[in-house]
Ligand binder design. Sequence first.
Ligand code: BES
Ligand code: MN
Ligand code: ZN
Length: 487
Amino acid sequence: MDIEFRDSLDAKSPRVVARIVEQDKLPADLPMAISEGAAATRFFGKPGQVFDGFAEEDGKLVRLALAGAGKKSAEGRHAALERAGAALAAKYLTSGETAIAIDAETSGLDAEETAAVLMGARLRAWRWDHYRTKLRDEQKRTLTKVVVIGAPKGTAAEWEDAQAVARGVEFTRELVAEPANVIYPESFVARCQERFKGTGAKLVVLDDAAMEKLGMGALLGVGLGSERPSRLLAIEWMGGKKNEAPTAFVGKGVTFDTGGISIKPAPGMEDMKWDMGGAGAVAGAMLALALRKAKANVIGVCGLVENMPDGKAMRPGDIVTSMSGQTVEVLNTDAEGRLVLCDALTWVQQEYKPARIVDLATLTGAMLIALGHEHAGLFSNNDKISDELLHAGKQAGDKLWRFPLAPEYDKLLDSPIADMKNIGGRYAGSITAAQFLGRFIENDTPWAHLDIAGMVWATKPGATWDKGATGYGVRLLDRFIRNTTEA
Ligand code: BES
Ligand code: MN
Ligand code: ZN
């Protein structure tokens, strides 16, 4: 959806004019049909509430919308403004209206607040209708433009910055929404190469042979059963000080997870097309950073494989040697994400010597049992990076909750024949998965693992997303870089 800025309403302005209003404070200058209509329908201006009405002005019908932004003094003001924009987008998306105006002048918002409304509208308006060839007219999206009238000085610049982040979120959603016959390791890379063109980011791609040479037996082991070759993708954005050690983001990109020979049950297996949500978030975050020319050095690594059962696939009990030299007894081929991540983690440390590492992965079903769809799990060897991520998550609306790591959990991974097993047993499954990754972090580098299994996909619409791919993680990582590296 496009955003345009204009000084004042004129004959060419959209028919719908929306105003952002404070809770329990309806503006005094509204036409009677609107003010009484709003009161009659119990519109109070709560965050996310929308009133849609008609009035006559100079013999012409005008359509006026009121969107609630809650109380001005309330905590979470920014999120409430995003919800106001999102509610407007949801309301008019398939309404037949092709554009709406937002009257920024009478809404009394500053530049940053206006940009928040626009961000909410833009994110909520995203849909992936690529494969729908038979939508009825009234189901088709009509809204493609928001015209901002009389925006305060500085709004365009604020929006420029926010739009880069929106594009990142949208890219992640696209990658996650695409089915596994369209997005597989090679096509994931190709889609990135196309999307990063002209951004100044540098893409490095390792194929099977290159990974073989580096000894990535764990990552490659997962791909053995697939017809699709595996890939390791690094996206480099070096916008910061020369010689400053980069931050590394590492994403699990299992483009489809059948479980392998330890095959998953059929019902719900289709969900495993979004088992690349960690890699998707990394790619989207890197796009956001590149588009807004972030003053930071950041490397985004995506470990891309498909986990399939086959005559060539790994067997339970097989032992693989990781790039770090550590050996892993693969007792369950469905615990594949950690095998992909461990080699990606070793590689990024050897190649880039990062100052800190954040990995994102749809790693365990146990995460959904623990936290549902409200928070991602955070696991870390370092209190500072944990606090920074928790804080960034709150600001960005991508919430996190920290879990413990401890030697007692780590011990559960000991194997009678190799350096470790790839599963820890029935209990604390998300923690033992994190402990596994922790064994590949060198020199106590500050590291955080985010288990986002419950967050990448939604079965119902949320604050700034429709049902489907949420784009979780992009705004979190962007905010984390702003706070820690650019501040
Ligand atoms: N991708 C799954 C985790 C997952 C499951 C994410 C359901 C979202 C929804 C992961 O590869 C997996 O299969 N994990 C196993 C680990 C177990 C075998 C130790 C799990 O969680 O069951
Ligand atoms: Mn699995
Ligand atoms: Zn998986």
